[in-house]
Design a protein around this ligand. Structure first.
Ligand code: FE2
Length: 378
């Protein structure tokens, strides 16, 4: 571990470039009420109205609201009638992430390469166009029913995608909370499946494994899990994958798998340049975070050394700090954000650190266990 700082660029080099990925394009959530979900993301999380697709744009099956904040774009999609794939997905899983869209130079090549290497096809390349040019999209399945859509948009000058119009809300546009981009997105998979998906990201997507945690790193008195972090070549896309490990009680991953009824996205981490300001805003606007006992802060400086921030506001807000060989990071986790105890968000500010807060796992899991206790699912 002591050579992590120098090792990381080297590990990234092991990632192959047959699948060049320029970044995360958007995430699409299937939800039971897209209009109200979009409102929450605006009012509570500081997203801006961006684009819309529905009956008014000729879409007879689904309604989608797109919100944006800096580089982050979220689509919330709901069915307009019974019997749709979107509706069946929501019936089984509740609200959750269906699509992680990746921005690629060539969506046809990305699809063909991925399928040739063993990916299960979701959508063959489709060219969609309007007056502003064209976009090519294709898609493959990853764990559970989650899909990666490849988006090629070099020849498109429009707002978002063909089929979407600008979503204008002149009367209500609450300010941003300073969220900048998706830092990483974590998947929960069934016991025994983690290495299958690690192999998928290596062989099908050309990713490299940059970190690994076992149940000795991630365990409390009661629960345990194992995790491996996969990254693409430029380090912009990081997908940690968790699987449950044997513990005395049901782990948070087990609880997720039970309530999501399968594998899926556990949390999406969004980056900010000023976590104290961002979390103060989010709290004031009604976002609920996991509670961290104040004793966590008693030994903080001894554990992570000197940091730029005052400890007091971190303690008040419940923000966690961890250090690796390259610097430190500040992070905090929301409670789950839909009816089922499944998906949640992480807010992260990196000050050099490229890791994921291993030093906080214990405090974090104990906080999650207290929530599980209340739900009777521990
Ligand atoms: Fe995370």
């Amino acid at each position: 571990m002591s050579t992590l700082a120098t090792a990381i660029p080297k590990i990234y080099d092991q990632a192959s470039d047959f699948m060049p990925l320029l970044g995360t394009d958007y995430l699409e959530f299937y939800v039971s009420n897209s209009k109200q979900a979009a409102h929450y993301y605006k009012s509570a999380l500081g997203f801006q109205s961006f684009a819309y697709s529905g009956l008014e744009t000729g879409n007879r099956d689904t309604e989608s609201y797109v919100v944006s904040q800096d580089k982050i774009k979220f689509i919330f999609t709901s069915p307009l009638r019974s019997g749709t794939d979107v509706g069946k997905h929501i019936e089984k899983h509740g609200d959750g992430v269906k699509v992680t869209a990746l921005w690629v130079p060539d969506a046809t090549v990305a699809y063909e390469e991925a399928v040739k290497r063993g990916a299960k096809p979701y959508m063959a390349p489709v060219r969609e166009e309007d007056d502003n040019g064209y976009v090519v999209r294709s898609g493959i399945y990853t764990y559970g029913e989650v899909v990666h859509i490849f988006v090629e948009r070099d020849n498109y000058q429009g707002l978002f995608l063909p089929g979407f119009q600008k979503w204008e809300t002149p009367a209500y546009n609450p300010p941003s909370t300073g969220l900048k981009f998706v830092d990483h997105m974590v998947g929960n998979v069934e016991l025994g499946n983690m290495n299958k998906w690690v192999k998928f990201y290596e062989e099908v997507m050309g990713f490299a494994q940059i970190l690994s945690f076992d149940d000795k790193d991630i365990s409390t008195e009661y629960t345990a899990l194992m995790s491996k972090v996969m990254s693409n070549g430029n380090g912009r896309i990081k997908f940690p994958i968790n699987e449950p490990a044997e513990g005395k009680k049901k782990s948070q991953v087990d609880e997720y798998l039970e309530f999501y009824e399968g594998e899926g996205v556990q949390h999406v981490a969004m980056a900010t340049d000023n976590i104290i300001e961002t979390v103060t805003q989010l709290r004031d606007r009604g976002v609920e975070f996991l509670n961290i006992p104040t004793s966590y802060y008693d030994l903080l400086e001894a554990r992570v050394g000197k940091i730029d921030e005052d400890i007091e506001p971190l303690k008040e807000l419940g923000i966690l700090v961890d250090r690796d060989e390259e610097g430190y990071l500040l992070q905090i986790f929301t409670k789950t954000v839909q009816a089922r105890p499944t998906m949640f968000f992480e807010i992260i500010q990196r000050k050099g650190a490229t890791s994921f807060g291993k030093g906080n796992f214990k405090a974090l899991f104990e906080a999650i266990e207290r929530e599980q206790e209340l739900r009777g699912t521990l």
